[in-house]
Design a protein around this ligand. Sequence first.
Ligand code: NAG
Ligand code: NAG
Ligand code: NAG
Ligand code: NAG
Ligand code: NAG
Length: 461
Amino acid sequence: MVVQVNKRSVLLVLLVLLVLLLVSRNLRQAQQLAAAHERRQGQQTQADSLTLLDISAAEPPSTEEPRRLSARTQELQALLKCRNRRLRLQKLQHGSYWVIQNLVMGRESQRMACAESITYTTNGDYTFFDNLETVTERWLGPISFAIHTPGYDLNATLDAIQYVRNCLPGSQLISDFVSFHIYFSNEHMPEYVPRDENDALNWPFRCVDEGGSPLPPPYAAQNRTAMYKVQANLTYPINVGRNIARGAVNTHFIFACDIELYPSLGLVDQFLDMVQRNHSVLALSPGQQPRVYPLPVFELQDGERVPNDKAELLPLLQKGRAQLFHAKVCTSCHKVPGYKDWINRTASVADDLNLFSMTVRQGNYKYWEPFYISDNTEPIFDERVTWEGQSNKRIQGYAMCLLGYEYHVLHPAFLVHSPGIKKPARNSVRAKYAKEMTRFIKTKIEPEYRVLYGKNKNCMT
Ligand SMILES: *[C@@H]1O[C@H](CO)[C@@H](O)[C@H](O)[C@H]1NC(C)=O
Ligand SMILES: *[C@@H]1O[C@H](CO)[C@@H](O)[C@H](O)[C@H]1NC(C)=O
Ligand SMILES: *[C@@H]1O[C@H](CO)[C@@H](O)[C@H](O)[C@H]1NC(C)=O
Ligand SMILES: *[C@@H]1O[C@H](CO)[C@@H](O)[C@H](O)[C@H]1NC(C)=O
Ligand SMILES: *[C@@H]1O[C@H](CO)[C@@H](O)[C@H](O)[C@H]1NC(C)=O
């Protein structure tokens, strides 16, 4: 009995010792692993900032602190396999257009990491600058803005750039986030083009008059008839601008948008959080159809305050102060799949962003012209189509239909058109262009796209 107990105790002691030994070994290993992980993370952070520093090596030494990348940015960068790239000024050609890409850069955008934010890409001429402050304050991420500046319209554009960067309550944010690109046909050269960013930022400007009263923006109450573009009978090459803005970014995700469309608040972080939470919202597996992430678009009665979130939007819809964008003109151009359910679902501020509904651009959605977040790999905008010719987004939609793109609508984020809608000046002129353009699209563009992207009778321009 006694001997047995002793034997048992010895065995027990041995077992306990063994367990202790194993535990301590595991502990040591765990500590080593943790230390190695820390070292790797250190190297990772260093590597990230090195990439940025490498890129900036060709430029004057900067006193900027190396950028600290959040855990989300590092995780998404590994997932997306994207590379960090510093923005820089480049003189490029787009067909017959000269482009000064990144003539003036957003201070933060210039060194944005590829998975850190989403770039809002947009286009216009200097008469569209009145939207920039609102868009910047609501987006709080990089904005890539391509501006058509033929002839002396460039002077007015430089006035406008200086004014928005220096004279507005939102000038700080605009200087941080907005990168300006200019482009003009080689047939309509400006007399003077700034050599570099310093040159552009030395352009004279005034925020106040002699008496110290604030001066109105140079682009306010402008006389469109006096524009070089109008005097020279030029059309607006909207798709050239859209492509330039898309090509000038350093983030993986973009949001190709019209500058008069204002996003609900917090969209950048909501979208990146959604991807971090659930990687399968992206089509990352081979063989999956490509996808983009549209938002519903609403328009407001004149003078209405722009709603910040869905909780503020719903009462406006109920009172008829807001409605689906172009509800009366072209309902099928902007109605998202599941629209009734979308507006019927209440939303609180704390709601996560989610994929709400899905469609391809066929059937009821064959004329859909959505605005969406993407990874910038969708087809380009056809540069032969002008703003006056209309259909300027539908051709891209046609290509995406032929390629089998899926549109996954987001909830509860949305877009609102700036209240007080500008009317196109001369509708008859636009209608004439549109008719010619439609014929050109049917006889020339559609056959080309069928060769490039494939055939599908269910797809429409
Ligand atoms: C535009 O600015 C340039 C440079 O300051 C100047 O030489 C030129 O005369 C200006 N053009 C017009 C039409 O004001
Ligand atoms: C607008 O500019 C055109 C051309 O320079 C001029 O003829 C017209 O009088 C101007 N209109 C106004 C309201 O200033
Ligand atoms: C612009 O068009 C108008 C009317 O079509 C014409 O009278 C004018 O000469 C044109 N101007 C230029 C610079 O082509
Ligand atoms: C992640 O997203 C996919 C694609 O939308 C969806 O099918 C899946 O249910 C989501 N998973 C979770 C846990 O939300
Ligand atoms: C959603 O629809 C139901 C039934 O038609 C209605 O009772 C409810 O008030 C709607 N909710 C919202 C937020 O519109």
